[in-house]
Design a protein around this ligand. Structure first.
Ligand SMILES: [Zn+2]
Ligand SMILES: [Zn+2]
Length: 318
């Protein structure tokens, strides 16, 4: 039996086809990528010691041995400040000085520095009043779109609010107008009641494997309050760093060294007219083990064969 469902946050249409995971190809263990061994690589432009390739960093967090996280201008920016049609800045954040560092092996402290860096660059970019949205994302490994292997994230400021964010905000607004309650609070309450899709329930964050998503096996970190990303205090960043550390260790233990994307969906900035008071910051963690076929690309209808209860159980941590 097939069910047609919609992702409550994005409205994506998904056909639930749980038994499709029994197809023969799915029984084959996925080939994982080769792990990087060396901590330093002479020809890597992002390694500590090779700063000549990325002069004039926009920010650095350092200790006695040198920088630990570093942000630099992207040499091949998606946006620049030359056009009025789409305006913005594009920076690369080098997640760690370690060439072989990755979300799968970073320490809590490394995650904290990285989150602080995200917030620092976000606040800096938001000072420009022409900027309406700031996108923070990460591509890990080639299959997730990374062109360089040294672990890095990207942050792009934009003079427009991107359609996906407009869409999610409008869904949260319509829900509020219809039911007089917050969509995100309703989702969080339902997930807590149901329990089985929860990976981790923290005071400020809920980590779940949603049942309906267009990307099979996506994980979401939902902020329990409608606090803006830039308002997170040191303690809240520390908690989030701890969650990242534990979550990625679990993902590694269960699924191995695989490509993924991270998108942090935050509120628009410098936009007093944005109807985002019922929108909650959240993080999409998207595994890139599968790729879409012609059906998905041609119809915008997605097929999910993931058992979210089972996956959440495997990834659960305290
Ligand atoms: Zn490197
Ligand atoms: Zn989102």
């Amino acid at each position: 039996m097939r069910e047609l469902r919609r992702d409550p946050i994005t409205n994506d249409i998904v056909v639930l086809a749980k038994n499709r995971s029994k197809r023969p190809m799915d029984r084959v263990k996925y080939q994982t990528d080769k792990e990087i061994k060396e901590e330093y690589k002479e020809d890597c432009p992002f390694c500590r010691g090779n700063e000549k390739h990325t002069e004039n960093p926009t920010f650095e967090i350092k200790d006695k041995d040198g920088w630990l996280v570093r942000s630099v201008y992207n040499k091949y920016p998606i946006v620049d400040s030359l056009s009025d049609e789409i305006y913005g800045e594009h920076e690369v954040i080098i997640d760690t000085n370690r060439h072989n560092g990755s979300f799968y092996n970073m320490s809590e402290k490394e995650f904290l520095y990285l989150l602080k860096m995200y917030q620092h660059r976000y606040e800096y970019m938001a000072k420009n009043e022409k900027i309406k949205y700031i996108s923070i994302f990460k591509n890990f490994l080639r299959r997730a779109g990374a062109s360089l292997l040294h672990p890095h994230s990207q942050i792009i400021s934009l003079s427009i609010v991107p359609p996906e964010i407009e869409n999610e905000i409008s869904i949260s607004e319509k829900y509020y107008n219809k039911y007089k309650k917050s969509l995100y609070e309703a989702i969080i309450a339902d997930e807590i009641k149901y329990k089985n899709r929860i990976i981790h329930n923290h005071r400020d964050y809920l980590v779940i494997v949603p049942e309906i998503t267009k990307y099979g096996g996506e994980i979401r970190v939902l902020f329990k309050s409608n606090k803006r990303f830039e308002e997170l205090k040191e303690r809240e960043l520390e908690e989030l760093a701890k969650i990242f550390k534990n979550l990625f260790k679990k993902i590694y233990d269960v699924q191995g060294y695989n490509p993924f994307n991270i998108c942090i969906h935050t509120h628009p900035v410098n936009n007093s007219e944005s109807k985002d008071s019922h929108f909650h910051t959240h993080i999409h963690i998207i595994p890139r083990r599968y790729s879409f076929g012609g059906f998905e690309l041609g119809t915008d209808v997605y097929v999910s064969s993931i058992n979210s209860d089972k996956l959440a159980k495997k990834l659960r941590f305290d």
